[in-house]
Design a protein around this ligand. Structure first.
Ligand code: GCO
Length: 448
C-alpha cells in the first residue's frame, strides 16, 4: 500500500463552464457570445463543432446534479454565461436567464453542493465585442457592472466567486496566438487586453467589497511549468520567461501591484507598450480571498535565439502525453504550487482545474479510462507533496465533470469523469468517476 492522504477539511469538486456544457445557445433570452460567432465561422473549430447544444446541461442540470451528489463532491465550479444575464452585455437584464441560474443554484444547494461561480469563462457578449471587446476599457466597466449585479442577485446563495478564468487564454491565446475567440494575432492587442482583464478583475473585487455580501472572491489563472533543459543561464532565463508569461505576468499585478520588469523589458523589445492609467495598479492590487489554480502540463525548455515570442524552444524529452498531446508532468504541478507559495505567500488556494484528455469510448456500457485514473493519482500526489511543503491548499476540483465542448478542438477531446454521447446526450460514468468517488469519500487513495 502506498497511501496518499489529504486533510479532512479539504474540499473536493469538479468544474465546467457555461459555453462548454449548457447548450440552449438561442434559448431562454440568451444573447450571442463571441464563441457563438467564432464556432459558427468555418475553419475555427475541429469538425465544425459548436456550443449550440453541447451537453444540453441547460435542460439536464438536474441529472448532472444527481451525478455530482452520487460522486460525493461538496463543491461544483461552473460559469455563468454573461450574455444569458445581459444579452447585450449591459443594460436590460434577461430575467429568464437570471431565473435559470437561481433554479440551478437552488438545486445544487438543496443537494448539499456548494456553488463556486466563475463570472467570466470566455463567452463575452458579442455586442461588447462589436464595440472593441476587451481592448475597449468600456468592457472593463461593463464587466464590473455585470459582476455587481451577480453579487447582489445571488447574495447568500453563491459564496465563492472567481472573476476571470485564465486571463492568459483570454488575452494571448485568443488575440496573439489566435486559436480561440475572437481569433486575432496581434501582440500589442493581446498585451493591452491582458491589462484590461487585470483591471476588470480589480474592479470586480472592489464591487464585491462594496456590496458587503458574504463569501470570498478570487480569480483562476492557468499555469504551466517550464524546466530548464540545462543549468546554463540562458536556458534558465528562457524557461523563466516561458513560465513568467503565465505566472508572474498575471500574478505580480494582483499580489505586488506591478508587472514583472523582466517581462515588461521583453515585451518592450518586441515593440509592445502597456498603457497604464492613473489608479489602474491600485485597483488591481487588492487582496483576494483565495486563488484558483489551473494546471495541466509542463515542458522542458531551452534558449533558442529568435524562436517564437520568448526565444524559447520546448524540448520533447519523451514525456508520455495525453490524447490532446500535452506532456504528463506531475512534477511541474508541485513546482508551480511551491513557486506560488514562495513568491506570493500564504494565499489560500483551490485547484480549480486539473485533469486529462483521454478519448476512451463506451464498451459494453463501461469506459475503461485507466490512464485518467493514473493521471489523477500522479497529480494528486504532487498536490499532497505541496501540502506537506506548506502550500495552503483548500480544495481540489477536477476538470471536468462531463466531457464537453473543448473549444477549438470541439467534442473529440474528452476531459470528463462522465462520458457524453453527443448524439443522444446519454451520460455514462467512467471508471475514473468511480475512482474519484472513492477518493473523495475516503480522503485518500492507494497509489498502487
Ligand atoms: C482551460 C479552460 C477549460 C478547458 C480545459 C481543457 O483551462 O483551458 O478553463 O475550459 O476546457 O482546461 O483545455
Amino acid at each position: 500500500m502506498a497511501i496518499i492522504e489529504f486533510p479532512k477539511d479539504m474540499k473536493w469538486g469538479a468544474a465546467t463552464a457555461a459555453y462548454q456544457i449548457e447548450g440552449a445557445a438561442f434559448e431562454g433570452g440568451r444573447g450571442l457570445s463571441i464563441w457563438d460567432t467564432f464556432s459558427h465561422t468555418p475553419g475555427n473549430v475541429v469538425n465544425g463543432d459548436n456550443g449550440d447544444v453541447a451537453c444540453d446541461s441547460y435542460h439536464r442540470y438536474e441529472e448532472d446534479i444527481e451525478l455530482m451528489k452520487e460522486l460525493g463532491i461538496d463543491t461544483y465550479r461552473f460559469s455563468v454565461s454573461w450574455p444569458r444575464i445581459f444579452p447585450e452585455g449591459t443594460g436590460e437584464v434577461n430575467q429568464e436567464g437570471v431565473q435559470y441560474y437561481h433554479n440551478f443554484i437552488d438545486s445544487l444547494l438543496s443537494n448539499g453542493i456548494e456553488p463556486m461561480c466563475t463570472l467570466y469563462h470566455w463567452d463575452l457578449p458579442q455586442a461588447l465585442q462589436d464595440k472593441g471587446g476587451w481592448e475597449n476599457r468600456e468592457t472593463v466597466e461593463a464587466f464590473a457592472d455585470y459582476a455587481a449585479f451577480m453579487f447582489k442577485e445571488f447574495s447568500g446563495k453563491i459564496k465563492n466567486w472567481l472573476t476571470i478564468n485564465e486571463p492568459w487564454c483570454v488575452s494571448f491565446l485568443s488575440n496573439f496566438i489566435g486559436v480561440h475567440a475572437p481569433g486575432y494575432q496581434d501582440l500589442q492587442l493581446a498585451t493591452t487586453i491582458s491589462h484590461h482583464l487585470m483591471l476588470a478583475h480589480g474592479k470586480a473585487v472592489s464591487r464585491f467589497r462594496e456590496s458587503g455580501v458574504e463569501g470570498g472572491i478570487g480569480y483562476a489563472p492557468n499555469t504551466e511549468w517550464n524546466e530548464p533543459f540545462s543549468d546554463k543561464q540562458e536556458d534558465i532565463d528562457a524557461s523563466n520567461r516561458a513560465t513568467g508569461w503565465f505566472i508572474e505576468w498575471f500574478f505580480d499585478p494582483i499580489f505586488k501591484g506591478s508587472y514583472p520588469e523582466f517581462m515588461l523589458e521583453w515585451f518592450k523589445q518586441k515593440g509592445v507598450t502597456l498603457k497604464i492609467e492613473e489608479g489602474d495598479m491600485e485597483t488591481i492590487n487588492q487582496k483576494i480571498d483565495f486563488l484558483g489554480i489551473n494546471y495541466y502540463t509542463g515542458s522542458v525548455a531551452r534558449y533558442k535565439k529568435d524562436h517564437e515570442l520568448f526565444d524559447v524552444e520546448k524540448v520533447d524529452i519523451g514525456y508520455e502525453k495525453t490524447d490532446i498531446g500535452w506532456n504528463i508532468y506531475p512534477e511541474g504541478f508541485y513546482k508551480v504550487l511551491c513557486k506560488i507559495k514562495d513568491q506570493y505567500g500564504d494565499v489560500p488556494i483551490y485547484i480549480t482545474e486539473n485533469g486529462a484528455c483521454y478519448n476512451d469510448g463506451v464498451e459494453d456500457g463501461r469506459v475503461k479510462d485507466t490512464r485518467r485514473i493514473q493521471y489523477l493519482k500522479q497529480h494528486l500526489t504532487s498536490l499532497q507533496r505541496s501540502i506537506e511543503s506548506g502550500v495552503n491548499i483548500k480544495g481540489y476540483l477536477t476538470w471536468s465533470l462531463l466531457d464537453n465542448f473543448e473549444w477549438a478542438e470541439g467534442y473529440d477531446k474528452r476531459f470528463g469523469l462522465i462520458h457524453i454521447d453527443f448524439h443522444t446526450l446519454k451520460r455514462t460514468k467512467k471508471d475514473s468517476y468511480y475512482w474519484y468517488k472513492q477518493t473523495v469519500n475516503n480522503g485518500w487513495f492507494d497509489m498502487k
